[in-house]
Design a protein around this ligand. Structure first.
Ligand code: ZN
Length: 237
């Protein structure tokens, strides 16, 4: 069972964490954007088996779960991978930006490969490459430092970039980004596609032909066992 800890960065009311007003009149909060992507990751993972997922933030956005507590939850739960979703700032209304994937300063090969595969998949799907000189960054970020497992923090575009904001506000962008994350999680976590068994509509009648291409004795045996199970009324030979 592959265990994923998922964190939507900050909470709804974290001061300052929002889109720049002149680029987004709603000043969309960072947590709202982070949470939308996390929800989509959760939803898309439901098509797979072989994993467990723990949201370490408050999914209502109402309370601020501290970074230390998020990491503590993931550590005590025994997560195999920790993914934190954020949106960046620092461009002040200029252009450029793009996606940046962070790990802690000193990481093993496994964590570095999560970082690279996530970044590559996201850029391939969304095209939000931006202009950062080190989009595969290493930094002393608490969420990466305090977690015991492979951890990646994604900055999914700049909330104060004239080029990023119109993109990151769209549902389509969030959807593509979540799809990219899920693809990487499925591959690296060795998740399997769920087998969907179609349930017949109530009252539907199906005609099943037995023995057309099989050995007569086998067909007769099947008919006998169906009769024994009480299906005589439905059998025509
Ligand atoms: Zn953030």
């Amino acid at each position: 069972m592959f265990k994923i800890a998922l964190s939507a960065g900050h909470y709804l009311k974290t001061a300052g964490k929002r889109c720049l007003k002149k680029l987004d009149k709603n000043e969309t909060r960072e947590w709202v954007l982070n949470d939308r992507i996390c929800d989509k990751i959760e939803e898309k993972l439901k098509a797979y088996d072989g994993y467990q997922l723990l949201r370490v933030d408050d999914t209502t956005g109402a309370t601020d779960v501290s970074i230390a507590n998020r990491c503590k939850k993931a550590n005590s739960w025994g997560a195999d991978f920790y993914l934190s979703i954020h949106h960046n700032a620092g461009i002040n209304g200029g252009t450029g930006g793009g996606v940046v994937a962070y790990t802690y300063t000193n990481v093993d090969v496994k964590t570095a490969s999560w970082q690279k595969e996530l970044y590559d998949a996201i850029i391939a799907k969304t095209g939000l490459k931006g202009n950062r000189s080190t989009p595969l960054a290493k930094a002393n970020l608490a969420e990466c430092r305090l977690t015991n497992m492979a951890a990646v923090l994604l900055e999914c575009g700049f909330m104060d970039s004239a080029t990023d904001v119109p993109v990151i506000l769209t549902e389509e962008y969030a959807d593509k980004l979540a799809t990219a994350c899920v693809e990487v999680i499925v591959k690296k976590g060795k998740l399997t596609k769920k087998v969907v068994v179609e349930q017949p509509t109530t009252g539907a009648v199906y005609r099943v032909q037995v023995g057309a291409y099989s050995v007569k004795a086998n067909a007769e045996k099947l008919v006998e066992s169906l009769k024994k199970d009480g299906y005589d009324a439905y059998i025509t030979t």
